[in-house]
Design a protein around this ligand. Sequence first.
Ligand code: LLP
Length: 432
Amino acid sequence: MICKNLSVNEKGHLTFAGQDTVELAKQYQTPLYLMDEERIRENCRTYIEAFKKYFNNSSYPIFASKANSFKRIYEIVNEEGMGCDVVSLGEMYTAIKAGLPLEKAFFHSNNKTDEDIEYAIQNSIGHFVVDNAEELYKINEIANKYKIRQKILLRITPGIDTHTYEAVNTGKVDSKFGSAIETGQAEEITKQALELENIILDGFHCHVGSQVFDSDTFIRSADIMIEFMSDMGKKYSFKPNILNLGGGYGVRYVESDPEINIDENIRQVSEKIKEICKKYSTEMPQVVMEPGRSIVADAGMTLYTVGTIKKIPEYKNYVSIDGGMTDNPRYALYKSPYTIYIANKMNEERDFECSLVGRCCESGDIIQENIMLPSSVERYDVAAVLTTGAYNYSMASNYNKIPKPPIVMLNKGKSYVAVKRESLEDLVKNDI
Ligand code: LLP
């Protein structure tokens, strides 16, 4: 099994966080997002403890809440002592509603509206991660209106290609995010930030990609960033405090994905950062990392009920489910791999090649192609898609007027609803 919170019980049913998924599907109906609360907490602790062990005391991880944003998640990471990053007014609002103080948040986005900036300042955002000069001047202007000096980091593109999938490869010079060192724009915006009265330039940020498995990527970007920070510090006589290295490590969607020891990787990154700081004769900065996927992905699973089975002899077999790209658009968008089981037939041989498809009116509505399921797969079976805790609910839509599934949390043998199933009434509540 790809994660230790999965098993098979004596009935041949898939269990998740020790609970029978077939029973959960019956109790809560499908489609259904499940989240293993203990696993979220363990994942938070892995980062927190590694940071404590290997970095100086002021370094810390925060949760990239775009991976999964609902009130209970913010409560859990807050209870674990973590802050978060936010990318929109909606994420800020949800965090505040959950009692996570925005002082502990970093506000990203390549296009923050005036309304976003004002809301963040009114709610005492900890740091803006400033993408561009236009935004920098706007923040300065609004901070001046509120008579405050706003802490910021500058987002820099170090010019690194992570070779992950294109949609999440963000460290290259031609990225829509940040200011590039290579073009001189990173230095230019640093100079501008230092001249502004209502801005405190507290450090720099880079994020080179997502679903990254090796520390080499983080080390290469740390090297470029620390050299840049050291240059800027010397040239403009200031001390950048924070180096934020962006998102966390990749996760295992399928057996062939590597197993990654996050603690050991963070140890290696910290050792290298110490060496790099020596090389540029600069003090060790506070290091921040923003894991999203690796905090929540393997704490999630989606359950569906199987419907139509279509066999096209000599061509292809389809197994349809009662959800699809509306609750998980990741195959449609990125061809992302997933491990899929028929939860009530775990002990049967998997000898039937098929594609698992959704119910939307679109042939791209596919959860996974060419997978093996038991040939007895039939209507009313329960299909389980593993590792769906990241970028599924947060990317869900109401295409074809399909209501979003609920999120049910599993904890110590109990379950509870954290987000209710959308009703038909919810689907028209804003229609006049
Ligand atoms: N920090 C920044 C600035 C980011 O842009 C991201 C992810 C993260 C942190 C978190 O990275 P993680 O630890 O999750 O790798 N929708 C895509 C993923 C988009 C990632 C966007 N940025 C997917 O479903 O794969």
